[in-house]
Design a binder for this molecule. Structure first.
Ligand SMILES: [Fe+2]
Ligand SMILES: [Fe+2]
Length: 271
């Protein structure tokens, strides 16, 4: 196995936060050198169950998480911790898509390691901010909703691209502007500035989801919109949540007809 894929594997199989970040940076550097990461067709991929996470945060059901009220210091701390947890999971998610799916063009691997590197930056910005609250990553309980979608789509790249970058990460584009409004209203500009950086980078991550879903669909003669909604319906079982940030989703490659179909599926609940 080339050093690039070997590094990706190590980054996924280590549980330590620091080592995950160190290995991600190394994979990113290797991907910039271009030549060393041509893959061999006999590369053996470890099952997703072997991917490791730190012992802390403690994993609990979403309903057991403390409510986050941004008006209090404790609320702000748990809000920032919750986003840091999403970002740490996002590092592993981006590493996993680059590691797990064979036979794609070099640019596919470069793009997802670029995303993993961005997620490390987001995570570190939030951890530095948490230090102001005398808190570190792992101090609060969290849930594993994001990673469970990676597990469910272990063997299916079309499903992975539809559900992870184009659904879960795209939800970030929908919900972050309202969080920013609240932070600015409370004059928490330090936290707001971090979220602004994250929001802008996330448009690119969702756009890569669109780009590579397009690629696989064209290669395999599949119709993108149909397969995207089939997967969304299958894995989310009707739990499609709006409202949708149309301007940012358009920048990330959503078509007008995809946006209206999402709205129709969201409204279905209120009927
Ligand atoms: Fe992120
Ligand atoms: Fe992301």
């Amino acid at each position: 196995m080339s050093e690039f894929f070997n590094t990706l594997e190590k980054a996924l199989l280590v549980s330590s936060v620091d080592e995950t970040i160190e290995m991600t940076h190394k994979a990113f550097e290797l991907s910039r050198n271009k030549t060393p990461f041509i893959e061999s067709s006999n590369r053996i991929i470890k099952p997703i169950e072997l991917v490791c996470f730190p012992d802390k945060p403690l994993c609990v059901a979403p309903r057991d998480l403390p409510r986050r009220r941004l008006g209090t210091e404790a609320g702000k701390r748990s809000f920032i911790h919750a986003i840091a947890h999403i970002e740490f999971n996002a590092i592993k998610l981006a590493l996993d898509i680059a590691y797990r799916f064979k036979g794609m063009p070099e640019q596919f691997y470069m793009d997802w390691v670029y995303v993993a590197n961005d997620e490390c930056k987001h995570f570190q910005l939030l951890c530095n901010h948490l230090a102001h609250y005398d808190c570190k990553y792992g101090d609060n309980p969290s849930h594993d909703g994001l990673w469970s979608m990676a597990v469910k789509t272990e063997n299916d790249l079309v499903a992975r691209l539809s559900l992870v970058p184009r659904y879960l990460e795209a939800r970030g584009l929908d919900v972050t502007p309202a969080m920013l409004d609240k932070l600015y209203a409370q004059k928490d500009t330090a936290a707001a500035e971090i979220l602004e950086v994250i929001l802008e980078d996330e448009v690119t991550h969702v756009e890569y989801g669109t780009k590579w879903l397009d690629f696989v669909c064209q290669r395999d003669g599949i119709e993108r919109e149909g397969v995207f909604f089939e997967n969304v319906e299958h894995f989310l079982k009707g739990q499609i949540l709006g409202p949708f940030n149309k301007p940012l989703r358009r920048r990330a490659g959503f078509t007008e007809s995809e946006l209206s179909e999402l709205e129709r599926l969201d409204k279905r609940k209120s009927k």
